[in-house]
Design a protein around this ligand. Structure first.
Ligand code: SF4
Ligand code: SF4
Length: 402
């Protein structure tokens, strides 16, 4: 999604989303075919060892179940999908089942012949990770010398086949200043892009990738960049308007970014009309929400999707009932993710530091005077109470020793 090509939902898409949220139909599924990868990106959250990936037959069976459950949008990702020797077999079945197909890849292994086969198998969109237009910066992140050159060489091959290509640029300390180069590159290629601020802990909870995360204070230049339609000071701006005015090209790599009334009061689409499947057959509400609801080697997809207690619980959550966030004055500036709330704050229903800090920064840019999140307000109140209790305790202690 770029400032020039932000994808707005069409009326048909609007109806589809409303209907699928209402019926809990898994409209959109993100299926990682492997965690193996031919790059070693410094911020990556995956364990690249193969711990028993689904076989070809198992992948085909999963897709049949998804089709029966009403999935339309299917995204294959990894790891690097081209490391699966059976990729074309899987794509052929996906085409036979009439999914709307997207791929995520680093494109290192894309050749003219492979690009043509993707088209033959009905792939519509390909999202490619590009960290910078400067080889030294990109290659230092992927830890593969020459990777930017190879990735960029693949893009015209895919475009020539009529595939829609989008650049995805996760922003981290190492490439913060390179984002303009990626924007210029996208413009030159005539493709959209998305800048993504999300750096998450590893799937096992290891927080090493967080060292690459950009401190919120250093994000100011990006947030204020007029080329990203940064929010202008508008103290009276309404919440929805403020949201619309934020950089359209900054978002999450995994969320659709599509606004729809059906999502109102829901934390997000996860578990309502979208989910994630790992290479080992585990079903999660989202790639960023590490609560496995079941495994496709042991259970049918429909049994997991309609009956897993984790998903039923998730579907019952309403933003207006969140213990802290429902009382937050700057909630409309916040892009709280329940998955990150769980991973970083330990509570699916809770607030977490990073979301609060980003929301405060955005609200401040929008002209809201001394924005303070509900979490920070409550932390401050708690600290004051503790201080005054300590003062009373020390006063009592001093008085009794007199
Ligand atoms: S869990 Fe987070 S990343 Fe996943 S869909 Fe919800 S908001 Fe987006
Ligand atoms: S800013 Fe913090 S407290 Fe407010 S809604 Fe977001 S996560 Fe919750």
């Amino acid at each position: 999604m770029s400032t020039s090509a932000a994808a707005g939902a069409t009326p048909v898409m609007d109806r589809l989303i409303s209907r699928t949220v209402l019926r809990h139909q898994p409209l959109s599924v993100h299926f990682d075919l492997t965690y193996r990868c031919n790059e070693r990106c410094v911020h990556c959250y995956l364990d690249h060892e193969d711990h028993g990936e689904l076989t070809t037959a198992e992948c085909l069976a999963v897709m049949k179940e998804l089709a029966s459950a009403g999935t339309l949008f299917l995204t294959f990702s990894g790891g690097e999908i081209f490391l699966r020797p059976d990729l074309y077999e899987i794509l052929a079945e996906a085409r036979r089942l009439h999914f709307d197909l997207s791929l995520k890849t680093n494109a290192l292994l894309v050749t003219e012949e492979r690009a043509a086969r993707l088209r033959e198998y009905g792939v519509r969109r390909v999202q490619i990770s590009v960290y910078s237009d400067i080889p030294e910066v990109h290659d230092a992140i992927t830890k593969v010398p020459g990777s930017l050159q190879r990735t960029l060489a693949a893009i015209p091959l895919l475009l020539e086949q009529g595939l829609q290509v989008k650049l995805a640029c996760p922003l981290m300390r190492e490439n913060l200043l390179a984002y303009r180069g990626v924007m210029a590159l996208a413009e030159k290629l005539g493709v959209p892009y998305v800048l993504d601020l999300t750096i998450t802990p590893m799937m096992d909870g290891n927080e090493a990738p967080l060292a690459h995360r950009i401190p919120v204070s250093s994000l100011l230049p990006v947030m204020q960049d007029p080329t990203l339609h940064a929010c202008k000071p508008q103290p009276t701006a309404e919440a929805t308007r403020a949201r619309q005015e934020f950089p359209a090209a900054i978002g999450s790599a995994v969320s659709s970014g599509i606004e729809n009334a059906a999502y109102e009061d829901l934390p997000c689409s996860a578990g309502h009309n979208s989910c994630y499947i790992s290479p080992y057959g585990d079903v999660f509400p989202c790639v960023q929400l590490p609560q496995a609801a079941g495994n496709l080697r042991r259970e049918r997809f429909s049994d997991i999707w309609y009956h897993a207690p984790q998903l039923e619980r998730l579907r019952g959550i309403r933003e207006s009932q969140l213990p802290v966030c429902s009382r937050c004055e700057i909630r409309s500036y916040c892009e709280r993710c329940p998955g990150l709330a769980l991973m970083e704050g330990g509570d699916l229903l809770g607030a977490y530091e990073r979301a609060c800090e980003l929301a405060e920064q955005k609200a401040q840019l929008a002209g809201v005077v001394t924005p303070i999140s509900a979490l920070h307000r409550e932390q401050a109140a708690f600290a004051m109470q503790t201080n005054s209790r300590n003062e009373i305790a020390s006063f009592v202690a001093n008085s009794s020793s007199d």
